[in-house]
Design a protein around this ligand. Structure first.
Ligand code: GDG
Length: 487
C-alpha cells in the first residue's frame, strides 16, 4: 500500500484536475458531498489528508453567471481533504471542455480517428480557464508546494502555476496518449501547449512511447533540448517518464469475494439464459472500438461459429459527452448495429446482443466482470484502459479470457491477454473464437499471471512513484550543475 514517508517530505500537496474528487448526492435536506468512486481518488485522497493538501477542480455544475469562474465558491473540507471548487459557466464548458478539450485535443491525441476541429473561439477560453485553475492552484500552494496537475484539459496550467508560485515543484500527468509529432504538428497552438507543459518539473505519461513523442515535439517546436527522457528548458531539467496507471486491485478483489457480488454474478448469468458471455464495458466513445467489436461478433454469427442460443455479447456503454456531435453519431451507429444483429440472429427469445446504455453500480460492474467468459477491450487507441485491469482484479476464480487491443497502453503490461488489432475484423473474430474455445488449463495459466501483474502494480504504487519522482525533481538552475544533454 501507499508509503507516505518518501514522497514529498512533508511539503503541502496541491492536486489540480478538471473535476473535484467529490460529488453532490441526495436532495433537499439530505443533500451532501460524497467522495467520487474510482482508483485515482482512492489513491490520492490519503496522501492529500496526510500532507495538508488541497484538490482544485470543477464543482460539476454549469453556473450561468457570466464570469462566475473566478468568484469561485469557497474551499471546504470533506473527509479530511481540502477542496477548492472551480465554477465554470455554460459558455466555459462549451468552449474549454466540450470544444477545445474534447473536439480538438481528444481526437488529435487519439490518432485523429475523428477529425480534430481547430477553432480560435475555443482556444482563448481554453487559455482563460487554464489561467483560472492555475491561479487557484497557486493560491493553494502558498509559499511552495508539490503541485500535481492532471490531464489534457489543463496542459497550459503548469507554466502558469510556475509563474505565480515559483517556489513550487510542479508535476503533470497525461491520462491519454501523447500523439506522434506528425499528428501533433497540425495543431495551430502546438508551441503554446508544449510551453505550458514544460512549466512542469516532471511530466508523466502511461507509456514510454508517449514520453518520447512529447520530448521530440518539444525539441522540434520549442527551445527545449535533451533526450527522450530528460529535457533542459529555461534553466531547468525536466523529466519525461512513463508511470503506467493502475487500479485499486485490493478493493476490487475484496468486492469480488463478497457473497453479494457472487450472487449478482449468478443472477446475471441466469438471466442471460446460462449462455456463454462475451463482455464489453466502455464509455460510449469512438476511441473504444465498440463498433468493430460488434462487427467481429457479427462475423462469428454469420459464419456459424457462434449462435445466439449459446453465446451472448453483453455491451455496457456508459453515456459520455452526449452534446458532442461525433458522440451522438457513434451512439446512433452502435444502436442501429445492435438492432440489425438482434434482428438477424436472435433465437428462441435470446437476443444475440444484450446492450445497456447506462452506467452500472460498481458492485454490478464487478459482478459482470465475474460473470463473463471473455472480456473484449478493443480500443483503436487508449492511454491505458482500466477496464482491462479491473477485469483481471475481479477474477478471484482465476478464470476468464481477456481479449485486448494492442493499441491500449495496458497491452504493454497485460502480456497474457490475447492481443488483437482492432482494425483487423477477421483477426478479432478468430481471436474471439479461440478465446471461447480455450482450455480451462490455459485460461487459468494466463489469468494467474495477469492477476499477479495487477496486484503488484496497483494505483497506490503508481501515485507513490510519481510523487517520489516529483519530490526529488532537481528544479530550477539544475542544468548549470549538469553536463548538457544526457542521452
Ligand atoms: C481515461 C483514459 C486511462 C466504466 N463503466 C462503468 C464504470 N466504469 C469505470 C471503470 C474504469 C473507468 O470507468 C474507465 O476507465 P478507462 O481507463 O477504461 O477509460 P477512460 O474513461 O477513457 O479513462 C484511459 C484512464 O483515463 C486513467 O488514466 O486508462 O486510457 O482514456 O475505472 O471502472 N464505473 C461504474 N459503472 C460502470 O458502468 N461504476
Amino acid at each position: 500500500m501507499h508509503d507516505e514517508s518518501g514522497a514529498g517530505g512533508g511539503r503541502p500537496l496541491v492536486v489540480v484536475a478538471n473535476r473535484m474528487p467529490v460529488r453532490r448526492a441526495g436532495e433537499g435536506d439530505t443533500a451532501h458531498w460524497e467522495t467520487s468512486p474510482g482508483g485515482l481518488v482512492s489513491a490520492i485522497a490519503p496522501v492529500l489528508r496526510e500532507r495538508r493538501g488541497t484538490w482544485v477542480g470543477w464543482n460539476g455544475t454549469a453556473s450561468d453567471e457570466v464570469g462566475a469562474g473566478d468568484a469561485a465558491a469557497d474551499a471546504f473540507e470533506h473527509d479530511g481533504m481540502r477542496i477548492r471548487p472551480m465554477a465554470l459557466t455554460r459558455a466555459d464548458l462549451d468552449s474549454f471542455y466540450y470544444g477545445f478539450s474534447n473536439e480538438t485535443l481528444w481526437p488529435l491525441y487519439h490518432d485523429a480517428i475523428r477529425f480534430p476541429r481547430f477553432h480560435r473561439r475555443w482556444w482563448w477560453p481554453f487559455r482563460d480557464v487554464n489561467e483560472r485553475y492555475a491561479r487557484a492552484a497557486a493560491e493553494a500552494a502558498g509559499d511552495g508546494a508539490d503541485v500535481w496537475v492532471h490531464d489534457y484539459q489543463l496542459q497550459l496550467a503548469p507554466a502558469m502555476i510556475r509563474e505565480q508560485s515559483p517556489g513550487s515543484r510542479i508535476g503533470f500527468f497525461l491520462h491519454i496518449p501523447f500523439p506522434p509529432e506528425e499528428l501533433f504538428a497540425k495543431m495551430p497552438w502546438r508551441r503554446q501547449v508544449l510551453e505550458g507543459l514544460l512549466g512542469a518539473d516532471v511530466i508523466g505519461f502511461h507509456t514510454k512511447l508517449s514520453a518520447q513523442n512529447f520530448s521530440r515535439a518539444a525539441r522540434q517546436f520549442t527551445t527545449a533540448r535533451g533526450s527522450d527522457s530528460h529535457l533542459e528548458y529555461d534553466g531547468r531539467r525536466i523529466a519525461c517518464k512513463a508511470f503506467p496507471i493502475s487500479i485499486d486491485t485490493g478493493a476490487i478483489d475484496s468486492i469480488a469475494r463478497e457473497d453479494e457480488t457472487g450472487r449478482r454474478a449468478a443472477v446475471l448469468r441466469e438471466s442471460l439464459g446460462g449462455r456463454r458471455i462475451i463482455l464489453g464495458v466502455d464509455r460510449m466513445d469512438y476511441t473504444k472500438g465498440i463498433d468493430v467489436r460488434l462487427r467481429a461478433f457479427e462475423d462469428m454469427l454469420e459464419t456459424g461459429r457462434a449462435s445466439a442460443d449459446e453465446v451472448v455479447l453483453m455491451q455496457v456503454a456508459v453515456p459520455s459527452r452526449e452534446s458532442v456531435g461525433d458522440y451522438a453519431d457513434l451512439r446512433r451507429t452502435v444502436e442501429e448495429h445492435v438492432g440489425r444483429i438482434n434482428g438477424r440472429f436472435a433465437s428462441g427469445g435470446n437476443a444475440a446482443v444484450y446492450y445497456l446504455y447506462r452506467g452500472l453500480d460498481f458492485r454490478d460492474l464487478v459482478a459482470s466482470y465475474m460473470a463473463a467468459d471473455v472480456m473484449m477491450v478493443t480500443p483503436f487507441r487508449d492511454g491505458m484502459n482500466l477496464v482491462a485491469k479491473e477485469f483481471c482484479a475481479a477474477r478471484a476464480d482465476e478464470d476468464g479470457v481477456l481479449v485486448l487491443s494492442e493499441f491500449a497502453g495496458a497491452a504493454l503490461e497485460l502480456l497474457q491477454a490475447m492481443l488483437v488489432n482492432p482494425y483487423d475484423i477477421d483477426g478479432m473474430s478468430a481471436a474471439l473464437d479461440r478465446a471461447l474455445r480455450m482450455s480451462e488449463d490455459e485460461r487459468r495459466r494466463r489469468m494467474r499471471t495477469l492477476r499477479r501483474t495487477v496486484s503488484r502494480h496497483d494505483v497506490y504504487r503508481w501515485a507513490d512513484s510519481f510523487l517520489t519522482e516529483l519530490a526529488t525533481a532537481p528544479g530550477k538552475d539544475s542544468t548549470r550543475h549538469e553536463p548538457a544533454a544526457r542521452a
